[in-house]
Design a protein around this ligand. Sequence first.
Ligand SMILES: Cc1cc2nc3c(=O)[nH]c(=O)nc-3n(C[C@H](O)[C@H](O)[C@H](O)COP(=O)(O)O)c2cc1C
Length: 192
Amino acid sequence: MASDPFRLFDEWFAEARESEINDPGAMALATADAAGRPSVRMVLLKGHGPEGFVFYTNEHSAKGGELAENPRAALLFHWKSLRRQVRIEGPVERVTEEEADAYFATRARDSQLGAWASDQSRPLDSRATFEQRFKEVKARFEGTDVPRPPHWRGYRVVPERIEFWMDRPYRLHERRLFTRDGERWSEGLLYP
Ligand SMILES: Cc1cc2nc3c(=O)[nH]c(=O)nc-3n(C[C@H](O)[C@H](O)[C@H](O)COP(=O)(O)O)c2cc1C
């Protein structure tokens, strides 16, 4: 029987929502530049399904630059309360402008303003400079909806491999690896 890694992900994610003290959707995002130098940071999962796993960020950030040079990524969820991890790997594409606009519109107004005020990953001389920029954008958009900054984008990691790791006694852990070949997913096990 064909296995469905997305249903399994949904089940684990639902359990994590119940048990994690905060941010069950927090995931480590690993990218690498054209020379293969890796970097990793946390982002929040904002959409997922067979088409991919979506997060939002500033395309001028360090990660945005790396994804422009080398559009592949790895994601890692570690749900400590469940002693489980999920690893996802694959190419990365941008979400459409419409999808990004729709998600941006659901954010709190101050988060929207923050997206304009933050020059993400660039050097900042003082906290006061950032607060001043925030005040300026607040004044600029007074009385109007805050549009999505053009550099604030969604990225979708299109999975080719998804591994579910589950703690078992005596480190005899369980690893289920799903791999995609075209449209077809197959499942196997890995030694822990
Ligand atoms: C739990 C958590 C969630 C985060 N979520 C996001 C996010 O969704 N998007 C984002 O751009 N940065 C997010 N950040 C900040 C990033 O980890 C990082 O500091 C920032 O994006 C700059 O990364 P870069 O310089 O590698 O591009 C989050 C940080 C934490 C700790």
